[in-house]
Write a protein that binds this ligand. Structure first.
Ligand code: SF4
Ligand code: SF4
Length: 345
């Protein structure tokens, strides 16, 4: 393997002579010498945990920030967007399965390596206003992110994660200290759903969402609605109430249409989400008191737009990733009634 990809893991704990624990995400894998953890990106080499995907970039593109989705964070800007291989979750519906289900060891061409310095140069050469680590789980690029984020900050760029939110607290705090500005966090369903299909504890994700908010980072929440699985009234109500209580009613909630991908058919999820289900989630979110609920993956739907919670005027009109700041002042207020929408510009 090319040595560029191998870097010592920042957070780990020796358990005994042959086992070391990785403290990057809440799986907290105890890894014996020569083996890898659940995500296959961390390896115990002679008693120490190393990441094997430092700078190993599977995909790179320049995307509108709306694509993440971030709707209240620098709308209309472009972020250089990267990911690596594999994942620490095994969602059967994964839309990015072509990279998230790959064993990183199978991709060792040194052509895949992009140093943090090169990445920031690329960002600037294409006039990106920020960075986004996305596609698969960004936490797997944790050590790399820290270097990228520090350099990005020096150049006046913002930094974002599109994440399943399963990092440890230490990792989240370290990301905040080193320049992570915003997270879009997936809340994939209720405790039972997430336990059954992702084999993780969604409480840890909620904990991180709240912590990220308390640390001053911008948060948006996304739920992919899989019909018949996480699409019931109680799930929507529970998620909406929790966003309202823990993160505040100004937090955008994206309710996204599911399209079958990866192993969806095997699990009986063969249909896209009916519009009326997405709209019912929207209504529940609004009824609970959330100011900004969005229906995603449905181009030109009226709930793709931002409306002023005070006067009801359309403030930002969207079509897929195109936006028109119809009634938004330069300081993020409604041009009609002066209500502060707290949109970061
Ligand atoms: S990052 Fe998470 S899944 Fe991967 S080895 Fe570490 S604790 Fe395990
Ligand atoms: S967490 Fe995201 S990238 Fe990972 S398997 Fe699930 S949907 Fe795919």
């Amino acid at each position: 393997m090319n040595s560029e990809f191998i870097k010592i893991g920042k957070f780990q704990k020796t358990i005994n002579n042959s086992i070391t624990q990785c403290l990057t995400c809440e799986h907290r894998c105890k890894i014996s010498d020569g083996n890898v953890g659940i995500c296959r990106t961390r390896k115990n080499i002679n008693g120490e945990i190393f990441t094997t995907v430092y700078g190993k970039i599977s995909s790179l593109s320049y995307n509108p920030i709306e694509k993440k989705p971030f709707f209240h964070f620098h709308p209309g800007t472009t972020a250089i967007t990267i990911g690596t291989f594999s994942c620490n979750f095994d969602c059967f519906w994964c839309q990015n399965w072509d990279i998230s289900k790959q064993n990183p060891d199978n991709f060792n061409s040194k052509n895949l390596f992009i140093s943090p310095e090169e990445l920031i140069k690329l960002a600037k050469s294409r006039l990106s206003e920020g960075t986004s680590i996305s596609f698969n789980e960004p936490t797997l690029l944790f050590e790399y992110s820290l270097e990228v984020f520090k350099l990005a900050k020096k150049e006046g760029l913002y930094n974002t994660y599109v994440t399943n939110g399963y990092m440890t607290e230490k990792v989240l705090r370290s990301l905040a200290e080193n320049g992570l500005d915003a997270l879009n966090i997936d809340i994939k369903g209720n405790q039972e759903f997430v336990k059954k299909y992702c084999k993780v504890d969604v409480e840890k994700v909620w904990r991180n969402a709240k912590l990220a908010k308390d640390l001053g980072m911008h948060i948006e929440i996304t739920t992919l609605v899989i019909p018949g699985m996480n699409s019931d009234h109680n799930t929507f109500k529970e998620i909406a109430e929790r966003i309202n209580r823990d993160l505040g009613n100004e937090t955008p909630w994206h309710i996204n249409r599911f399209l079958p991908a990866y192993k969806s058919l095997e699990y009986g999820a063969s249909k896209k989400t009916p519009l009326k289900v997405l709209e019912s989630a929207y209504e529940i979110g609004k009824k609970v008191g959330l100011n900004y609920v969005y229906v995603g993956n449905v181009p030109s739907h009226k709930y793709e737009n931002t409306y002023c919670p005070n006067c009801g005027k359309m403030v930002i009109k969207r079509y897929i990733f195109d936006i028109n700041k119809l009634n938004l002042t330069k300081d993020g207020k409604c041009a009609n009634c002066n209500y502060d929408l707290k949109i970061k510009l």
